[in-house]
Write a protein that binds this ligand. Structure first.
Ligand code: ADP
Ligand code: MG
Length: 367
């Protein structure tokens, strides 16, 4: 494991007295050279976490270490951290080159060196030759590249990006995601990248920290998050998932039997759940569910009877909304043009491979 650059130790943040904690006890290590994304819904504490590292907010408790040193005494400009925020606008009255030179001017870098470094930073974000323009003469994507150049120009050991692509349209956002990823690979600079968009987090990151309610639910690489979510929140937030309420009927080691509230009794892997009698959520990914236009008995042991409610054709795949048991509903996905679909309202059967369903406790563990 690479050396730790940033360490959050028991960090809490409460805005105002007696309010709920925006960040409720954060322990997180970021390795030197890593690109870590903080992924979570709005209000989960991602921005507050970055603001405390950048020095714009002070933790209410806990410590933040940069290179092993507690940074509490350092004001923002002494922390050597580059920031790109969605709302962190460029100075409109300055040229692109002057904007990028700004962090160097503040640090008293001599003029000749400043010019050379600005030219290099603009080249890096593919904006060589744009130095004389005003921000208003650039597209949204180009403006965010200037902001990126401004954050990188003083060669900080770590750059913080808070939803930097939020204002861009989808195509440009995807192009910029790859650009940031390649820039990170080329420069080897440590990055912390905040987003509420899971596709963006999966595209960019070496590792993803999933936030919810001011806490980290899981820190893992994209494949682990998807295939081995730590709890029901992560299972539902990263990628699509069916989460059906039920109760553990029996447990033998990591194998459980779940009685679904809608009726059927199914086998599952114990992901994070209790024993017999405890409430749980059964998680099954839509793409793992096979749907056949036959009865459950014809499909074989373990198959469940279902009724197709709706099939939505989406070009490369079809989304199937299925009724199961008494009031249960499941989403299944399958490649388009793959065999016959059940008639809407007609008999159908569903099944999934052994090991594809997981049981989670249905109230996430706190603290
Ligand atoms: P995220 O970036 O994940 O959307 P934030 O860190 O911005 O989340 O916010 C976390 C919580 O803290 C939210 O409940 C938000 O309303 C609250 N909060 C954020 N900034 C402030 C502030 N300056 N004053 C009071 N409450 C705040
Ligand atoms: Mg935010």
């Amino acid at each position: 494991m690479a050396e730790t650059l940033v360490r959050f130790e028991g960090v809490r943040k409460t805005y105002g007295a007696g309010g709920p904690a925006a960040v409720a006890g954060l322990d997180l290590d970021i390795a030197r050279g890593e690109l870590m994304t903080l992924l979570g819904p709005s209000g989960s504490g991602k921005t507050t976490t970055l603001m405390m590292l950048a020095g714009f907010e002070a933790p209410s408790a806990g410590r933040i270490l940069l290179d092993g040193r507690d940074i509490a005494p350092l004001p923002p400009h002494r922390r050597g951290i580059g920031v790109v925020f969605q709302s962190y606008a460029l100075f409109p009255h300055m040229s692109v080159a002057e904007n990028v030179a700004f962090p160097l001017s503040v640090r008293g870098v001599p003029r000749a060196e400043r010019q050379a470094r600005v030219a290099r930073a603009l080249e890096m974000v593919r904006l060589g030759g744009f130095g004389e323009r005003r921000p208003a003469q650039l597209s949204g994507g180009q403006q965010q590249r200037v902001a990126l150049a401004r954050a990188l120009v003083f060669e900080p050991p770590i750059v913080l990006l808070d939803e930097p692509l939020g204002a861009l349209d989808k195509a440009l956002r995807e192009e910029m995601q790859l650009e940031i990823r390649h820039l990170h690979q080329r420069l080897g600079v440590t990055m912390m990248y905040v987003t509420h968009d899971q596709a963006e987090a999966l595209t960019l990151a070496d590792r993803i920290a999933v936030f919810e309610g001011g806490r980290i639910r899981q820190v893992a690489d994209p494949a682990t998050l998807y295939n081995r979510p730590a709890d029901a929140f992560v299972a539902g937030f990263v990628g699509e998932n069916n989460l059906l309420p039920g109760e553990i009927a029996a447990r033998e080691g990591e194998e459980v039997t779940v009685r679904l509230r809608c009726g059927p009794v199914v086998a599952a892997q114990a992901a994070d759940c209790g024993g017999p009698g405890e409430a749980c959520l059964l998680a099954i990914r839509p793409e793992r569910i096979a749907v056949a236009a036959v009865t459950a008995a014809e499909l074989g042991a373990g198959a469940l009877p279902a009724v197709l409610r709706e099939a939505i054709f989406l070009g490369d795949h079809v989304r199937l909304r299925l009724a199961v048991g008494d009031g249960g509903e499941l989403l299944a996905k399958r490649p388009a043009g793959l065999g016959r679909l059940p008639e809407p309202g007609g008999p159908a059967a569903i099944a999934w491979p052994e090991g594809a369903a997981f049981a989670f406790r249905d109230t996430p563990r706190r603290g």
